[in-house]
Design a protein around this ligand. Structure first.
Ligand SMILES: Nc1ncnc2c1ncn2[C@@H]1O[C@H](COP(=O)(O)OP(=O)(O)OP(=O)(O)O)[C@@H](O)[C@H]1O
Ligand SMILES: O=P(O)(O)OC[C@H]1O[C@H](OP(=O)(O)OP(=O)(O)O)[C@H](O)[C@@H]1O
Length: 227
């Protein structure tokens, strides 16, 4: 759990795609730019315009792990990913700011025409496919619905179409992916956005470098609350 070596630049862990893209304006607000593009470069360690900060590019669901073990001093991850990570590692990460980026919602969806309400009323046992096993288990337990959860790692929308599951728990933003696959949203579980996460030892030992960046991110993320 030690922070990345003290003589190295601070390390920020990001996933490529929407989190990388939506983080660039936050870095710009702190006066930092990134010249390499992870979509075209194969590099996993990217320099920035600041000698004191480098980026590492990892899978979205791996960001909390890199930060927890101090391989990155801080990172940005969705509340969905953080909730699942915290099931095995409660309280392992300091989460000072909701950055209000990568906003979407975690939902239950079924095939168009499947009478979800009736299935719930009748007490049917539902097969639910999801990557978000903790959030799904807790949601259906709160509702008193019996479910068999099937863990998937992506393309959840396919599961009801090929008979793997009655329902999915997945992220929805525009609803375009559900529509394209003849699915419909039947319940919202929670709103999702991405958070800044910080290694606890890094905050203590490298706070003088980290705190100005945390403050700049807090100012730049409209409505973000420093806790
Ligand atoms: N359609 C969406 N609109 C807005 N935000 C989203 C959307 N889908 C996912 N997100 C948010 O962005 C985060 C990163 O999503 P991304 O698609 O880049 O990674 P992933 O493919 O879910 O993760 P992994 O590569 O680890 O499987 C998610 O954890 C979630 O918080
Ligand atoms: O409601 P929409 O705007 O269509 O967005 C929803 C889609 O976005 C996410 O997938 P993503 O685009 O991240 O693809 P991936 O998870 O397969 O990488 C999510 O898993 C949905 O499939």
């Amino acid at each position: 759990m030690s922070p990345a070596s003290l003589d190295k630049p601070l390390t920020l862990a990001l996933s490529k795609g929407r989190i990388f893209e939506e983080t660039m304006p936050l870095l710009a607000a702190a006066g930092i730019s990134v010249t390499e593009n992870p979509e075209t470069s194969r590099k996993l360690i990217l320099r920035t315009s600041s000698a004191g900060l480098q980026l590492i590019i990892v899978r979205a669901s791996d960001v909390p792990t890199y930060v927890q073990y101090g391989a990155a001093d801080f990172g940005i991850a969705g509340a969905d990913v953080l909730y699942e990570h915290a099931a095995a590692h409660p309280g392992a990460l300091y989460q000072p700011i909701d950055l209000n980026i990568a906003r979407c919602r975690l939902c239950v969806a079924v095939r168009t025409g499947f009478d979800y309400e009736a299935a719930v009323r009748q007490g049917s046992r539902l097969r639910v496919a999801t990557k978000y096993v903790r959030a799904a288990r807790e949601h259906f337990a709160r509702k008193g619905v019996y479910v068999d959860l099937i863990k998937l790692y992506g393309s959840m929308e396919l599961a009801p179409l090929v008979g793997l599951a009655d329902a999915i728990v997945d992220l929805v933003s525009t609803g375009g992916t559900l529509k394209a696959n003849n699915l419909m949203e039947v319940e919202e579980i929670t709103a999702i956005s991405s958070r800044l996460i910080v290694n606890k030892a890094s905050l203590k030992m490298r706070g003088s470098g980290l705190q100005p960046l945390i403050d700049a991110f807090a100012r730049a993320s409209a409505g973000g609350t420093a806790r």
